[in-house]
Unconditional design. Structure first.
Length: 134
């Protein structure tokens, strides 16, 4: 599929450009995570990141949020009791995911995230990949 090839080509372009730069960009890890999340979305596993997967109400800053792969996105703290197998997700990870699923991979190195948010994205991506395979 052309779109699938496009993700891989973009990823290799960004990694290749980074390798050629005198001062390489540090967020290749984030580009790798973005490529995975974009691949998941392309394969039909796009996460809903703007509204609660249970109530369909817009997510509001300041709350507690959880990610449910069964529901297909974020569940607000008020509705988490209605869902099994959720994982906590921070607001910064939600914001980062919104960006990385919509931005071209070439723009991802410009996104600045702290290490804990990058760790969180990696942890969630690994769990999501396992869920998709099962």
């Amino acid at each position: 599929d052309e779109a699938l090839f496009g993700i891989f080509k973009s990823y290799l372009d960004v990694v290749g450009q980074n390798a050629r730069d005198e001062r390489p960009l540090p967020p290749i890890r984030l580009v790798t995570e973005a490529a995975y999340y974009q691949l998941f979305a392309l394969l039909g596993y796009r996460l809903e990141l703007s509204v609660c997967g249970i109530s369909q109400e817009r997510l509001r800053s300041g709350g507690k949020f959880f990610l449910s792969f069964e529901v297909g996105g974020v569940v607000s703290g008020e509705h988490v009791r209605d869902v099994k197998d959720t994982q906590p997700i921070s607001e910064s990870a939600i914001k980062a995911l919104r960006l990385i699923v919509k931005e071209p991979l070439l723009h991802i190195p410009k996104i600045v995230l702290d290490d804990s948010t990058q760790d969180e994205l990696s942890r969630l991506r690994i769990a999501y990949g396992r869920w998709i395979r099962n």
